[in-house]
Design a protein around this ligand. Structure first.
Ligand SMILES: [Ca+2]
Ligand SMILES: [Ca+2]
Length: 565
């Protein structure tokens, strides 16, 4: 029976739903590659582009449609690539421009789209533009945000109380120019001056440079920080901390999500649309940790979509079923008409999904990510259930962790979710031939790795594959969504489309087995097929054919049922 269902689903894969190729992104499975940790091709212990190219078949096997590369530009690596010293180059650690072009070429041959990280708020302080700006060499004098500061009691101070995201003042004194410059992140990441039209044009030129190389879109980093209020007034104090160096010290109303920031997104969309006329759609995806209305505003300003971080920021492993329903409903209700939804459960800045939700519940979250409407986003390693790696203070490399200092580290270093991908049980988990890698490989790699999970009858990866295969069903691709709270612990949703196989997802967030009726969904048939359960214990679900009036679901697990048509 199980084999029969699987074949039925595979047949449906080829029917296709979004027939128009310009719609390629609307129901894509998007995979984030952290290049430093994905695959090392030359044995220096750091991942690189040739490494990525050598593993593209894994993306195809995993039913991925597009991948997003975290920054690969030349960088002093103060913030691991988010401090760029040449926006049109490739860092030698990752390879050459030829390697990049080869990667794009091979990806397209495999029907994979390539999305670049675009970091528009700042450059590295080593960027030629900043060096020229320090020396007031035109046209670079006003490429960055400079200010002489103010004199208080005879001593010079920064112009205002703004703090940077990592820790400390957002202003750093430059001896040579005898002025402060603004940096919303590390001092090595000076902010651009977007009120300078030349900067605006430079950034569009950078976008076109990569679009001309064939990239299919951009994930835009840290967008809310783009503009600051022009008169540089103090921000109000939050009252939540007395530490004036802490980012939480002020309320960021004058440095975050300004109207001009949204307008710039619109201008970048216009650049993408120049290429639409050449026959293919290029997209912009927005990274913004913001409240619902500020997030939805990115749609109104014509971003293809802003990441939906709700599964990271609004719920955690002890959240009740009701909270998950509310999260899905709130997002869906606020979504502008015609906008494409998306679901993100992890990335390089956050603890890994399995660590946050536990090994039992994490695959149920994957079901939500992949079977709710729109784009599904997967951070590399989440498909095999990689866990956070405990790294000592001496081992961590992340500036956010380092700045917070010893003791503050465990809370703030992001490196725990950035350790090398665990391909197999050989040296350095098959990531590198070098036993010394830039971050230590998680010691669980001997049993937790892709090769072992492919060989096993049941594994995290095989469950992930079963879930993601369903994405090509017309009902998942473009069917309706209904959500139901079936009792205090059980959340369920349906994906239905007239005349097509319907999908019913049931997740038990509680700690005891539950029996529920799916009759809460008006169109549910009397008999359903169990397609997949994330529960290890199969004793409760002994049959593939289930009465929809009486569905049993194990604690801390999810299950997917299909209608029989
Ligand atoms: Ca390498
Ligand atoms: Ca800025």
């Amino acid at each position: 029976m199980r084999t029969f269902i699987a074949l039925g689903v595979l047949a449906l894969l080829y029917l296709g739903v979004y027939g128009d190729s310009s719609d390629w992104w609307k129901a894509m499975s998007l995979y984030q590659i952290y290049p430093r940790s994905f695959k090392d091709s030359d044995g220096d212990g750091i991942g690189d582009l040739k490494g990525v190219e050598s593993k593209l078949e894994h993306l195809v096997d995993t039913k991925i449609d597009a991948f997003w590369l975290s920054p690969i530009y030349p960088s002093p690596m103060v913030d691991f690539g988010y401090d760029i010293s040449d926006f049109k180059g490739i860092d030698p650690v990752y390879g050459t421009m030829q390697d990049f072009e080869d990667l794009v070429d091979k990806a397209h041959k495999l029907n994979l789209k390539v999305i670049m990280d675009f970091v528009p708020n700042h450059s590295s302080n080593k960027h030629e533009w900043f060096q020229n700006s320090v020396r007031k060499i035109e046209p670079y004098t006003d490429y960055y945000m400079w200010h002489p500061g103010k004199i208080v009691n005879g001593s010079r101070q920064p112009p205002n109380n703004w703090v940077n995201v990592f820790y400390g003042s957002a202003w750093t004194w430059n001896e040579e120019r005898q002025e402060y410059y603004l940096h919303q992140f590390a001092p090595e990441q000076p902010d651009f001056n977007y009120r300078n039209e030349k900067v605006v044009e430079e950034m569009k030129d950078i976008l076109r440079f990569w679009l001309d190389k064939g990239v299919d879109g951009f994930r835009i980093d840290a967008i809310p920080h783009l503009y600051e209020i022009e008169d540089l007034r103090d921000e109000p104090l939050s009252g939540t901390t007395s530490d004036p160096k802490s980012y939480g010290y002020t309320i960021h109303m004058y440095t975050n999500a300004l109207r001009e920031t949204y307008e710039m997104v619109s201008q970048w969309r216009d650049v993408m649309d120049e290429y639409e006329n050449k026959g293919d759609t290029r997209i912009i995806v927005i990274e913004a940790y913001a409240n619902m209305s500020k997030t939805m505003d990115y749609y109104l300003y014509r971003a293809h979509f802003p990441f939906n971080f709700g599964l990271i920021t609004s719920v955690e492993k002890h959240s009740k079923a009701e909270s998950f329903k509310k999260l899905v409903d709130t997002w869906t209700d606020n979504l502008p008409v015609g906008a494409v939804s998306n679901w993100v459960a992890g990335n390089h800045d956050k603890s890994r999904l399995v660590t946050r939700y536990g090994r039992n519940l994490a695959p149920a979250l994957q079901i939500m990510v992949h079977l709710l409407p729109g784009v599904a986003v997967t951070y590399n390693g989440e498909e095999i259930g990689m866990e956070d790696t405990w790294l000592s203070w001496e081992e961590t490399q992340d500036p956010q962790g380092c700045n917070a200092g010893k003791g503050g580290y465990e809370k703030s270093s992001r490196d725990k979710a950035r350790t090398p991908f665990q391909w197999d049980n050989t040296v350095s988990a098959g990531f590198s031939t070098n036993p010394n890698t830039w971050l230590r490989v998680n010691e669980n790699f001997k049993h937790l790795n892709l090769a072992a999970q492919k060989a096993a009858d049941k594994s995290y990866y095989k469950t992930f594959l079963k879930i993601t295969e369903l994405r090509k069903l017309p009902a998942v691709n473009k069917g309706s969504l209904q959500t139901r709270l079936l009792n205090d612990d059980v959340f369920a949703f349906s994906r239905e489309l007239e005349g097509e196989t319907s999908v019913y997802v049931v997740i038990n967030f509680g700690y005891s087995p539950e029996t529920v009726s799916l009759q809460a969904f008006e169109k549910v048939p009397d008999d359903l097929l169990l397609y997949v359960t994330t529960s290890d214990s199969m004793d409760i679900q002994s049959s593939d054919s289930i009465k929809s009036t009486s569905v049993q679901i194990n604690p801390r697990s999810g299950a997917v049922f299909l209608s029989k048509n």
